[in-house]
Structures are given as C-alpha cells and as structure tokens.
Design a protein around this ligand. Sequence first.
Ligand SMILES: [Zn+2]
Length: 280
Amino acid sequence: MAVDFHTHLFPPWVQERHSELLKRDATFVALYSDPKASLATAEELIESMDRAGVEKSVALNIGWVEHALCVETNDYLLEAAARYPHRLVPFCAVQPRAGEAAINELARCAKGGARGLGELRPDVQGYSLKDEALLTPLVSEAMRWGLIFLIHASEPVGHHYPGKGTITPDQLYAFCRLYPDLPLVAAHWGGGLPFYSLMPEVAQALKNVYFDTAASHLLYRPQIYSLVTSLVGPDKVLFGSDYPLISQAEALGRVRELGLEKEIEDLLLGGNARRLLEKR
Ligand SMILES: [Zn+2]
C-alpha cells in the first residue's frame, strides 16, 4: 500500500468562507483564487485513499500569512488525524513572523500529534529562508520535537502557474546550509535542486533533504523519476500527489506505468516515507 506525502486538507468552514478568505490571506489568494481549485475535507481524502489504495497520507496545511488562520486550520488537521490515526499524518502551518506565538503553536501542534510543518510558503508569508535570526529559534524547537519541514519549491525557469511563487533552489540550498541536520522535504522536486547535488558540497548540505513528486506531470516529463533517483539516490524521493489538485489514483497510476525497478518503485511509493516518518 502506498504513502502519499503531499495532500492538502481544509476544514469545511474554509469552503464556506472562501470569498472572505480571498480578501484576507495572500497565500489563500495565491493558491485558491481559481474557482476550479478544489478543497477537500478529511472524509473526502479518506474516500480518495480507499479508492486509490493509499494507506497513509501526509495531510498538509498551507502557509497562511495570518497566524490566527494557521491556528484555526491546524486544529482541524489535528482533530482529523486523531479520528483517522492510522491513515492521516498531520503537518501543521506556522507563520514564523509571529515570533513567540509561532514557536508556541509549533509546540502545541507537536503535542497534538503533528509530525511536521508545511507546506511553508516563505515567499508569500513574507520571510527569507536565509533569515537566521527569525528561523533559528523555530528550527531548534522543531528539532527538539523531531518535526520535519516541508517547503514549497518552484523552478526559476519555465511556465507560470497559480501558486508557482519564487522559492527557488538557491534559497532552499541556503536554508539547508544553515540547518543541515533538519529533515526537510523540498516539494515539487525541489524546483530542480537535485541537479546541483552533482556538486559534492551541495550533496553534503542535502544529506537530510527529501524531494516529493507533487504535481509532477504538470511540470516535467516522466523521465524526471529515473533522473532524480539517480542524482539524489532512490532513498530520497517521496511520492506525493498534491491531492485534491490531482487525483491520488491518477498520480499513482502515472508512477506505476513508468516501469521503474520494483525495489525503487517500492521505496518511492512508501518505503522512504515510512522510514522518514518513523525516524525521530
Ligand atoms: Zn506546493
């Protein structure tokens, strides 16, 4: 059974307050302005998992700009994961600019069962991944709880799409150099960062970095799977769909039709995720 490392869940009130939130939070605007951009609840995700044959999903929040919205939506994720403890793994949101309040929220989420923070959006949330003074207290607290960071990433080149943003490989690399021991998942293949792991010093800085495959077919040709597994190692790639943007069944089908070696496919579709989630 597969593990999906990149799904998004929202409480039903987010759907009901859609137009209010579009006036209120820039991250919500970046991701959900398009009326076709769908939102899913825990029940819908579980149904999708049962249909697709997904055992566990990492249920991500989004990097809300407003601290209060992080807290309210984190409540829902923690509550949903408590209802489906063997199926959902919650990753909560924080706004690092909230300072002490963000650190307290991180600790509250960790105590409530969160396994990580994500999907962080420094570009829209308004901080730099190089801002050591802001980030060090948060990263230290996260490491104390054994939390994993999951950060959105995008390509510095190529077509524009809603939510693409500006978190490019150079910024992720700067962050990894500051915090090489923090387990980090760079979403969407890290915006191309794996290529630079051919440079020995980059490979060294990326020793605790994983790459998820979320929305892969909207960005890259299927060759990306064999290329990146050979660049960073098959133990560093995590299957992620980006549900509900992309159906889990479709995303899984696209990986299974690649004809990867069975052992590598098993690592991508669950082995790596299980190992990372169990490690503290
Ligand atoms: Zn993303």
